[in-house]
Design a protein around this ligand. Sequence first.
Ligand code: HEC
Length: 228
Amino acid sequence: MARQKKQDQVFDHDFDGIQEYDNDMPSWWINLFLITVVFALIYVLWYHVTPLGDSSTVKYMKQVDPNYTRLPEDQGINLMDLVFKPEHTVWHDPHPEVTQATLFSGQSLVAEVEEVPVDTTVVMLTGGADISAGKGVYDQYCFSCHGRVGEGGIGPNLTDEYWLNGGRFADVVHTIKKGVPLNGMIAWERSINPEQLMQVASYVYTLVGTTPPNPKAAQGDIYVASAE
Ligand code: HEC
């Protein structure tokens, strides 16, 4: 074979006295490479283009639900979608209206936060056990921002009659539940259970009218329950 003749011929250059042969790759190596190419083609067609192979999502769904029948969108990334449905691709921007400017102004975030109406049916807990359980929650999660006894710090003073987010008991429950994420108060419904939430809200409400040392200056609007 013509190829064989080249075997073990050296290139006519050297690097610092090091010379190299100009041999072909071994045929087993090239064949292995071609096999991986063929495998990849079959794999892509099998799992991503045709509905023959189950994606891991579909396999999982079948395990969970024996009666599961596959929806087209469960197939994972369908290569055909890249061509025909550009909105399924990673480079598709679903919110063109959100720009860096709107993000930094916080406007788009505000728009995204779902407005949940305040649940006015909540009733403050008054039992001693609930109040002390509420104090336990407060001492664990809240005091770092609102002070040992609600005098305020990073967060507002909770002992005065001024409120940024409404001073009815229902408003306080709502604020704790949903938070004011843009101002640094997280939505506590994700971290504490509904019972703890009512307990800590009730405890906080008992702090109103107390006179802690070093109170933080009042913020927001005055609300006096008895004036209603
Ligand atoms: C990381 C700091 C931080 C922690 C921890 C925190 N808060 Fe807040 N909280 C804030 C800030 C900041 C505000 C003010 C939000 C605003 O500007 O409207 C706030 C507001 C509030 C308000 C409304 C006050 C008002 O004037 O309307 C209540 C009630 C409240 N927090 C209760 C809690 C409770 C209960 C916990 C614990 C479960 C807690 N907070 C934990 C920072 C915190």
